[in-house]
Every structure is written in structure tokens, then in C-alpha cells.
Ligand binder design. Structure first.
Ligand code: DHE
Length: 514
């Protein structure tokens, strides 16, 4: 072509048209690594119309361009043209030609038993205080470190499945730990023998798992498919799949599931319907507990009425995206991404209060403690640079502690006068605030690694030391004396996302997540 201007027009035309037509290629280049080549979700969520019901396409375009707060989603506005971003948005709202099935047969086919329950020695093969061990998840290269909490020495480093998310759950007095990857793999680790014993893929895109207080049952909350999957904790054999179908027939993702020990139940919230479920896990459920839901048992593979794991539904004022169980397991404090925080009583099965928390509180990270004769709940906020403190008798806000940026995780310990909270978002993400639990004032702001995100704290079993993560490939666990607030040791780690102390977790410490 001789005319250079015509040539330029043709080039622009071709580039634009190709971008629109090449959405699958763009997806493979920029998105597949985190969201799975088939859009089924991995480290990032599944990108299917079913999973994006609450996200308008306009907002999706904004997310692709600018990234998404509270997630690892980066901004593509400077890498992709508006047409390419539009093409990607159209693509992710296009249904898959064939919906992947992840039924009992698929779950069973994924099952791997490395060491059958009962086949390994019942004594630890090393010397350590088995009640003060930590699991440290290193997201950077998909490993975890088993850490001696007395000596702060690693007892081994083990590869995990890709993108472990949420807290691994300790069970049986610290003998076992259960991990869940975002793409649905449940992995059981034997701490005494330091080996993986069994694995099973319970879903395509999973949220979190919980283990019953007796260590017998594991439950997995899934986004995709819309199920809760119950497993026998011994070898991870499937026990039951519960379809997450609301009373009005809406099929829903499951936000999260937690154990409520004294109630012998799991508590789960649906993400696409205003319902909270309490699932009894006793072998003989209490008479009259719960009601029929759409479910089936592995032996029949068919829809079946009733049986083990009955469900009690509680109708909600609004969908819960994030929630917290009170220390006595009687109430659920839940917030919706659209705004609003409510308190529900699990026995009364209804809403009992509303809390004024407009900053998108991160309730799964909230903690409680005693102050002036009352128990207070403190939560960081994802959209507001503030830790909010609430009286759990009146459900009134009694303190607003300004921080240097919105936070993600908050932790303390019964023996510590301080609560620690990170500054997870914004330019000050390398800061860590230490708050006096009685005066509600920040007593110190630490900067463990200038320029690098510091996040997520966990205490040793006696509360004397606090371990802080440096979220970087060239990261670390920084150990502080929890009283003098002086650094005592630094262990190099690859983006250590979270750490979990056996005593604090199994003792259901008020200062940590359960
Ligand atoms: Fe998490 C726990 C939900 C993004 C790291 N996260 C949890 C839990 C829930 C949750 C419900 C409690 C589960 C449990 O421990 O049993 N997380 C969500 C989201 O909805 C959100 C905002 C979006 C998403 O991508 O799903 C989200 N989370 C992240 C991240 O981007 C983080 C920072 C990095 C990552 O791992 O992907 C992240 N979440 C964590 C960690 C915990 C967690 C480290 C465990 C905290 C604990 O101490 O118990």
C-alpha cells in the first residue's frame, strides 16, 4: 500500500478488530495463569457468568483496568487498550460451551491416598513442643514451613498445592493439618511424620474448609460448583455433597464455612442468596434439627432426602459476604459487600442488631477481648483507614481508631495487652500498628521492612512473641517480643501469607481466627 495514512488506518482497524476477535488469546496471555486456562479459577476466582452475577460488566471493565482492592488482581489499564479490555469483559461473561461437572465421580477420581490412616507411627519423629508449632504458608512458591515456636527454627519445608488460601486447620491435638487450595484440593498433612497422607479435589473453585471439633469431619465451601462437600477426616473419603440451593431455588456460591464447636455444627453463608446455614455434624443428629435440602449421598449418587448433616436455615436481611462467629458461638456478625452489618442469633434464628460499620469491615479477621467488664469486637476495614471497636452487649461502636491505611488482618492473644493490625492497602503498606486494648490508642507503629507489605500476625502459645509476615518473594517472618515490641529474630521466607499456631487455633484463642 503506497498511501501511509491509509496504511495507518488499516493497521488501527485491523488491531481493533483483532483485539475483539482475539479475546481467548488475550485471556490466555494475561489472565489464564491466575484464573485457570479454562476460566475455572485458581489463585484468582473463576471467570464465568455464574460467578460474576453480582458484578456488572461496567464494573468488570473497571476492575480489569484498575485492579481490585482486597485482592491480588493487578491493573491492566496500561498494558491493554480499552477495546482489548472490553473484549476480555465480553469473553468472561460468555457461558462456557459445556459446564464442567464436578460431581461425586470426579471427586472420587481425584482421591489420592499417600499413607492410609493408621499406617504411620503415632509418636512425633522429632523433639519439639508439639503444642507450640506453627504452620507458615509461603504463597510465593507454594510451600509451607513447619516452625518450632520455642526455638523459631524450621522443622521442614514442604510443597503445597497451587495457591493455598485461608487458614489451614489443625486437628486431633496437632497431629494433623488440613490445607485447601483455591482450585479445590484438600490436602492432609501428618505433623508427627511430616508427610502428606491424603488429597482430594472437592471443587473447582473453593473458598475455605473447616474441621469438626472432634477431628472426624472436614467440610469444604465451594464457589464452583455450588456445593458444600463433607469428607471423612481420616482418609478424606467423601461423605456427602450438599447442593447450595436456597429456599427459593436459587443456586448459590458458598461464602465461607466455620466450625461452631459447642454446637457440634458447621456454620456457612450463601453468597448469592440471603441465607445462613447451620449444619449439624453429630453421627446421630438431634431430633427435628434442620430440614430437607437438595443433597445426595455418595453411595446412591442421587438426590436423597434427609440423612446425616441436616441443615437449619436462617433467613437474612441481606447476603453475607464476610462473617464472624462470636466467642460463645451464639451469634454471627456478618457484612455485605454492598454495605450493612447485621448480628444474627443462631438460637433465635433471627437478626438481633445492626452495627454502624460503613467501611467494609473484614469480619473474618475480627477479634474480641474483655474491656471495662464487657467484651469488645475489633475489626479492620477494607475501604476505610480505621479499626472499629464495637461493644458486643449493645452492638454500638465505642471506638474508631484511625490508621495509616485500610487493614486486612488483626490479631492478639489473651496474655497480651496489645492488638496488632496491618496497613494492607495504600502507600503505607509496610506499617504495622500496635494498639493498646484498654485505651484503644496506637502505642507503636512498626516498619519491619521498609517498602514491603507487612501483614498478618500470629502469637506463640504463651503470647510472649508476635510473628509478622513480610509479603514479598524476598520476604520473611519477623519475630517480635510482644511486650517490649523489639525484634528478636528474622527468618527468610517466600511471601509468607499466614501462620497458624496449633495451641491458639485448637484452643480457640480470642485473639485469632478459628
Ligand atoms: Fe482471604 C482467610 C475470603 C482475598 C489471604 N479469606 C480468608 C477467609 C475468607 C477469605 C472467607 C477465612 C477462611 C478460613 O480461614 O477458613 N479472601 C477472601 C475474599 O473474599 C477475598 C477478599 C477475595 C478472594 O480473592 O477470594 C480474599 N485473601 C485474599 C487475598 O488476596 C489474600 C490477601 C492472599 C491470598 O492468599 O490469596 C488472602 N485469606 C488470606 C489469608 C487468610 C484468609 C492469609 C487466613 C487468615 C487467618 O489467619 O485465618
Amino acid at each position: 500500500m503506497k498511501n501511509p495514512i491509509a496504511c495507518l488506518f488499516l493497521l488501527i482497524f485491523v488491531t481493533g478488530a483483532a483485539a475483539a476477535e482475539d479475546a481467548p488469546a488475550l485471556y490466555q496471555q494475561h489472565c489464564a495463569q491466575c484464573h485457570n486456562p479454562d476460566r475455572l479459577g485458581a489463585q484468582g476466582p473463576a471467570l464465568l457468568p455464574q460467578n460474576l452475577k453480582h458484578l456488572k460488566k461496567k464494573k468488570a471493565i473497571q476492575v480489569i483496568s484498575q485492579g481490585r482492592p482486597a485482592t491480588q488482581m493487578p491493573a491492566f489499564g496500561d498494558k491493554l487498550s480499552p477495546k482489548q479490555i472490553q473484549a476480555l469483559a465480553d469473553y468472561i461473561y460468555t457461558p462456557l460451551e459445556k459446564m464442567p461437572v464436578w460431581d461425586l465421580a470426579a471427586i472420587k477420581a481425584s482421591h489420592i491416598i499417600h499413607h492410609k490412616a493408621g499406617s504411620l507411627p503415632d509418636k512425633p519423629g522429632y523433639q519439639a513442643d508439639m503444642d507450640n508449632l506453627f504452620v507458615v504458608v509461603e504463597l510465593g512458591d507454594h510451600h509451607f514451613t513447619l516452625l518450632d515456636g520455642d526455638r523459631f527454627e524450621p522443622l521442614g519445608r514442604f510443597p503445597t498445592r497451587f495457591a493455598v488460601h485461608g487458614g489451614p486447620k489443625w486437628a486431633k491435638g496437632g497431629r494433623y493439618v488440613y490445607f485447601l487450595s483455591r482450585d479445590g484440593w484438600v490436602s492432609k498433612f501428618d505433623v508427627y511424620n511430616r508427610v502428606w497422607t491424603a488429597e482430594i479435589r472437592a471443587g473447582i473453585n473453593a473458598r475455605n474448609l473447616a474441621v469438626s471439633h472432634d477431628g472426624k469431619t472436614v467440610i469444604v465451601a465451594n464457589y464452583l460448583p455450588h456445593t458444600l462437600v463433607l469428607l471423612d477426616a481420616e482418609n478424606l473419603d467423601p461423605l456427602k455433597i450438599i447442593s447450595a440451593v436456597a429456599e427459593d431455588g436459587t443456586s448459590s456460591r458458598v461464602s465461607a464455612v466455620y466450625t461452631a464447636d459447642p454446637r457440634h455444627s458447621f456454620v456457612a453463608a450463601l453468597k448469592d442468596a440471603p441465607e445462613l446455614w447451620e449444619i449439624n455434624y453429630d453421627e446421630t443428629p438431634p431430633a427435628g434439627f434442620g430440614q430437607w435440602v437438595h443433597d445426595y449421598r455418595p453411595d446412591s449418587g442421587e438426590l436423597e432426602k434427609g440423612g446425616r448433616f441436616p441443615i437449619q436455615r436462617i433467613r437474612l436481611a441481606r447476603i453475607l459476604d464476610d462473617f464472624f462467629l462470636t466467642q460463645d458461638y451464639e451469634k454471627v456478625v456478618g457484612s455485605s459487600r454492598a454495605g450493612g452489618t447485621d448480628v444474627y442469633d443462631l438460637d433465635l434464628k433471627r437478626k438481633v442488631a445492626e452495627i454502624d460499620l460503613p467501611g467494609m469491615p473484614h469480619l473474618s479477621s475480627a477479634i474480641t477481648w474483655e474491656r471495662n467488664g464487657t467484651r469488645v469486637l475489633a475489626t479492620p476495614n477494607i475501604r476505610k483507614p480505621e479499626v472499629t471497636v464495637v461493644d458486643t452487649n449493645t452492638w454500638k461502636v465505642i471506638g474508631r481508631i484511625p490508621t495509616q491505611g485500610p487493614g486486612f488482618f488483626m490479631r492478639s492473644h489473651e496474655n497480651s495487652p496489645y492488638a496488632w493490625t496491618d496497613v494492607f492497602f495504600g502507600p503505607n503498606r509496610d506499617l504495622m500498628h500496635v494498639i493498646d486494648k484498654q485505651t484503644l490508642k496506637i502505642v507503636k507503629t512498626l516498619k519491619p521492612a521498609p517498602g514491603k507489605t507487612s501483614a498478618h500476625v500470629e502469637f506463640t502459645k504463651d503470647g510472649k512473641y508476635a510473628l509478622v509476615s513480610i509479603w514479598d518473594m524476598d520476604g520473611a517472618i519477623v519475630i517480635y517480643d510482644a511486650n517490649s515490641l523489639k525484634e528478636v529474630k528474622r527468618l527468610p521466607m517466600k511471601k509468607p501469607s499466614g501462620k497458624y499456631n496449633v495451641h491458639n487455633k485448637l484452643g480457640r484463642s480470642e485473639g485469632t481466627s478459628h
